[in-house]
Design a protein around this ligand. Structure first.
Ligand code: PEP
Ligand code: MN
Length: 339
């Protein structure tokens, strides 16, 4: 059960609601975000919710039985819009392209990428400075010094930053340099990290786990929301299956299903989703038709010399055409498809 409270509810009124919930055997969780105050009631007993809904200080009340409640569309029917400032928004009809290398490698690489994004009117740059790598001997990122360089050039050019946070202890030092915290597939169920990100006031892009179900993804998003952060995006980045013709199986089904289950924006990561450069574009376009709210795509001036994920990375030249086709597909969807 989700109870949305009046902003200036009196303490006594709030206590009365908590008492009523306790009387019917419900456990209460208080959630405070920068937008609203909620009480999440968890219990199984059936009772007439009007007996609580009529109490003073309640804006609205909804029975949501799913495990992931706050992220559910059953309660909030309008799409969540992530507002990054400077008119850069994601969700609710606002489509964005996020692009950049898998890893931040050097100042020169950052400058070239920023130039490339400016030429293509792209407002959000991706790039990892903490890299989860299967091998401990692979390049693991430039760390906080790399992030500072990343910030220097993006900030000077009005470009927003999305980058992966791997550990709770990195959050504080990263905070001032980033616009979106990315949670990688391997950390999709790192509940301590999700708790900590729920206490931040910057948006989170949460990736689906390597073999995570959609309900697990939503439950992970619920950790973030229930800790106080409503600004969450879900990312389909492919899952492990028995098929080994490509790196991962991009689960196109997940996009309409997540959009039906949740009000959160859904992001298409075809780069990791298929893992092969020449298929990144068709899979991205399919994701757009399926209803995705943004793409996040790996690009590099010369993918062949990229420090990581070169095989799935578009060259800047290839990306120019890709962005055009992404935009054409979004325009086609807006004009010709009724959702
Ligand atoms: C990445 O975005 O470069 C990355 C490591 O992604 P994932 O967590 O999806 O593997
Ligand atoms: Mn990558």
């Amino acid at each position: 059960m989700i109870i949305k409270l009046d902003k200036n509810i009196k303490k006594e009124a709030k206590n009365l609601i908590l008492q009523k919930l306790q009387d019917v055997g419900y456990k209460s969780n208080i959630v405070t975000t920068k937008y609203d105050n909620y009480i999440i009631g968890v219990g199984s007993k059936q009772f007439d919710i009007r007996s609580i809904g009529s109490l003073e200080g309640i804006k609205d009340i909804h029975r949501v039985t799913a495990a992931a409640k706050l992220v559910s569309k059953k309660w909030k029917t309008q799409d969540t819009i992530i507002d990054l400032g400077d008119s850069v928004k994601i969700g609710g009809g606002n489509f964005q392209i996020m692009a950049g290398p898998c890893s931040i490698e050097s100042e020169d690489q950052i400058e070239k990428t920023v130039q490339h994004l400016l030429e293509n009117n792209i407002k959000i740059m991706r790039g990892g400075v903490y890299k989860p790598r299967s091998s401990p001997y692979a390049f693991r990122g430039l760390g906080i010094e790399g992030l500072k360089l990343f910030y220097k050039h993006c900030h000077a050019n009005g470009i927003k930053i999305i980058t992966e946070v791997m550990m709770t202890s990195q959050i504080e030092s990263m905070y001032e340099y980033i616009d979106i915290f990315q949670v990688g597939a391997r950390n999709s169920q790192n509940f301590n990290l999700l708790d900590a990100l729920g206490k931040q006031d910057k948006p989170i892009m949460l990736k689906r786990g390597l073999s995570g179900t959609l309900d697990e993804l939503l439950a992970s998003a619920e950790y973030i929301f229930s800790n106080g952060n409503e600004d969450i995006m879900l990312c389909e980045r492919g899952i492990r299956t028995y098929e080994n013709s490509y790196r991962n199986t991009f689960d196109i089904n997940s996009i309409p299903v997540l959009k039906k289950k949740s009000h959160l924006p859904v992001i298409i990561d075809a780069s990791h989703g298929v893992g092969i450069r020449e298929f990144v574009e068709p899979i991205s376009l399919a994701g757009i038709i399926a209803g995705g709210d943004a793409v996040i795509t790996e690009v590099h001036e010369i993918p062949q010399i990229a420090f990581s994920d070169g095989a799935q990375t578009l060259s800047h030249l290839e990306a120019n055409k890709y962005y055009q086709n992404v935009r054409n597909t979004v325009a086609f969807r807006e004009k010709l498809i009724q959702f």
